[in-house]
Design a protein around this ligand. Structure first.
Ligand code: 2AM
Ligand code: CA
Length: 266
């Protein structure tokens, strides 16, 4: 893959898609539900995914696409070049708040993360990373993350996971919340991951995400010097759902060993 050429195209398309989404704010949204009443999708999510698919198929016909709304390919492996796309990550925020949502794109070659792009449209913040070249916000390189300890850290997570739920022992996270300086929740995994990359938060935990939620952001966190794994410490799965734990150097190991591995993950 010609990384530079693919990156330039992806960047152009993500900015264009962002403009289209921004101009949709004046129109009435058609909101539909998916698997449950809180699992939302709009015509804008679907149109944005179709926009990317048309562009990618027209320019890179040999590339394959995994998209949240299902207009791409059905994949059983990550051979060749695969674009993993969430047209709107944080759809509930998009509908209720018109902020704190993002387009997320991760481009993988034979399973290896090559290019990550996350575009926070409303704040006009475009994050990108290319393997081995650092992480950038609006074209300026982000400084490498420094070591932090739990006591001085802000941990991003959703309150769902300290209520009884099907994914994790809800008591597992209480000691971490008690020890950390504070917690935050933004409602978009892609935004929470790039916030780890910038140091706005120091860690992000979610027991239930899909590849399109984290494929782009994970590359950006790693290029900023952080680590992203499952809550067990395993490499992320880019074909199936996974838990996600992202944090800067030192902190990732500390939280994993002292807090997460002590809990039960199903
Ligand atoms: P979405 O907006 O693209 O659906 C909210 O905390 C974050 O979790 C968002 O990134 C949201 O992505 C994702 N999310 C919400 N419900 C999910 C589910 N059932 N499976 C996977 N990811 C989910
Ligand atoms: Ca989505």
């Amino acid at each position: 893959m010609d990384t530079e050429h693919v990156f330039e195209q992806a960047k152009k398309w993500i900015l264009e898609a962002g403009d289209r989404i921004r101009s949709s704010f004046d129109k009435t949204l058609n909101v539909h539900t998916k698997s449950d009443p809180n699992d939302l999708v709009t015509d804008i999510d679907r149109d944005t995914e179709k926009f990317f698919i048309e562009k990618i198929r027209g320019t890179f016909p040999e590339h394959r696409i995994l998209g949240e709304e299902g207009f791409g390919d059905t994949l059983s492996d990550l051979e060749g070049v695969v674009w993993i796309i969430d047209p709107i990550d944080g759809t509930m925020n998009f509908i209720h708040q018109q902020r704190n949502f993002a387009i997320s794109i991760g481009i993988y070659e034979n399973g290896k993360g090559k290019i990550g792009l996350v575009y926070d449209i409303v704040h006009k913040e475009l994050y990108h990373a290319k393997e081995g070249s650092g992480a950038f916000l609006n074209g300026r390189e982000l400084p490498k993350l420094e070591r932090a300890n739990v006591k001085e850290s802000i941990v991003a997570m959703n309150a769902t996971w300290v209520m009884e739920n099907k994914m994790v022992d809800h008591n597992m996270l209480i000691p971490l919340i008690r020890e950390a300086r504070g917690t935050r929740s933004y409602g978009s995994a892609a935004i929470e991951l790039v916030y780890v990359a910038t140091g706005r938060v120091n860690a992000y935990i979610s027991p239930r995400l899909a590849p399109w939620d984290y494929a782009g952001g994970a590359i950006i966190v790693e290029e900023a010097g952080g680590s992203v794994t499952s809550l067990n410490g395993d490499k992320l799965d880019m074909l199936n759902k996974s838990s996600v734990f992202a944090a800067g150097p030192g902190l990732h190991g500390e939280i994993l060993e002292q807090y997460l591995k002590a809990g039960k993950i199903e």
